[in-house]
Write a protein that binds this ligand. Structure first.
Ligand SMILES: [Zn+2]
Length: 402
């Protein structure tokens, strides 16, 4: 059913064509070390991560004797990359529901269901699964993306302590809580398996600067995962400095406050001129949806405004989290204070487990979201007046991580 595919991309930073297949590089080092995955091009109109992987992996091949653990560079949606489109029939980064992955593993699809993205998912997961079954971990996933809007580079991730630790020295803004709003990105799926898992947004699609930002992120990730020592990486300080400058020294931590979703068939248009992380004021007009003006619900910043035809996230709003609260939440989780949540009015554990809390919003409206976020409960499902908050299973370390 599946055949090996190789596509040709034009490397606009080096001025020549490059051949890309699912596995861009697979470099094995000393057995005692992490397994680091880089994935570029989950969206086909985001080739810069793939180009950066091609460049950096060329160097890492040469440095292989110094490598601890294994490094894999994978390409996401090959057919979409070839056509320069975000996806062909379905967004490859929104299909990572556990049931769907299980079907991909078993190749359990009716022939009429086999669209491009199903094939891509089957192949990509087969590769990742195979590597994970044959490695001991710890596992690090770095997913390379770009945005349609002009942006400084930044990281999005689930708020687990192991993710925080990994990115703590990466000098870019960090945005927490996106998984509450996105349908099943690969990021969340591997995070649930107990891996460190972050998405790096390297800048705007098809900009040379984005390629350089991705390159810097790849090198820093190799160092901070423990796969290489900083002093063994050529120009390490230069890469760190490069990211610092390209983010205008912004390494603050933000949380998502709201998302404007676009349903199929709706007419969405962002007001012109927004850049990522731009400050907004309450009631400020942000976009038009089906002829109506959408205004900001509160003061904050605009995040990932959509300026392209394909996509279902119109924009997000974010707010800065103070360092103090990050410290508090670390201590609370270390002391397992989430066990006390069940004694708060309006909050009760679901099926007697501390993993999921049922919150009655009529009783616990003012404090619930803030406290639960602090304790590491992020995802929520609404059921009438009740909201389910779920804790990440693996917070401080994964199941097989040393
Ligand atoms: Zn993307």
């Amino acid at each position: 059913m599946l055949k090996k595919k190789t596509i040709t991309l034009f490397d606009f930073t080096e001025g020549h064509a490059v051949q890309i297949s699912r596995v861009i590089a697979e470099i094995k080092g000393k057995p005692s070390g992490p397994t680091v995955f880089f994935i570029g091009g989950m969206h086909g109109n985001e080739p810069t991560g793939v180009l950066a992987l091609k460049h950096v992996m060329r160097e890492v091949e040469r440095l292989q004797p110094l490598l601890r653990g294994n490094v894999y560079a994978l390409a996401g949606n090959l057919t979409a990359l070839e056509r320069g489109e975000r996806f062909i029939q379905n967004d490859l980064n929104r299909v990572w529901h556990a049931d769907q992955v299980e079907r991909a593993k078993k190749r359990d699809f009716h022939p009429t269901e086999i669209i491009n993205e199903v094939e891509e998912q089957i192949e990509l997961w087969a590769k990742i699964d195979n590597i994970m079954q044959n490695s001991t971990g710890p596992f690090f996933f770095v997913n390379l993306h770009t945005t349609s809007v002009q942006s400084v580079p930044f990281v999005t991730m689930s708020d687990t302590i192991m993710n925080r630790k990994f990115v703590s020295k990466i000098p870019v803004p960090i945005v927490l809580g996106i998984e509450e709003y996105l349908t099943e990105p690969l990021l969340s799926y591997v995070n649930e398996l107990g891996c460190v898992s972050v998405a790096f947004e390297g800048g705007q699609h098809s900009e040379a600067a984005s390629v350089h930002n991705h390159e810097a992120m790849i090198w820093l990730s190799l160092a901070y995962s423990g796969a290489m020592k900083q002093i063994e990486i050529p120009g390490f300080r230069k890469h760190a400095e490069h990211l610092k400058l390209s983010t205008e020294k912004n390494s603050a931590v933000y949380e998502i406050r709201s998302r404007l979703g676009i349903e199929p068939g709706q007419m969405f248009q962002m007001m012109p001129g927004f850049v990522n992380f731009q400050e907004i004021k309450q009631d400020q007009p942000l976009a038009r949806l089906d002829g109506k003006t959408v205004r900001a619900e509160e003061d904050g910043m605009i995040f990932m405004p959509l300026y392209q035809a394909q996509g279902s996230d119109g924009f997000f709003t974010i707010r800065k989290i103070r360092r103090f609260w990050l410290g508090v939440s670390y201590v609370f989780r270390r002391l397992k204070l989430f066990r006390l949540l069940r004694f708060l009015p309006g909050v009760r554990p679901f099926m007697d487990s501390d993993e999921t809390m049922v919150v009655n919003t009529a009783v616990a409206k003012w404090y619930s979201t803030e406290i639960l976020h602090l304790m590491g409960y992020r995802r929520k499902k609404k059921r009438g007046g009740l909201i389910l908050f779920m804790r990440r299973k693996y917070d401080f370390k994964g199941p097989r991580n040393r």
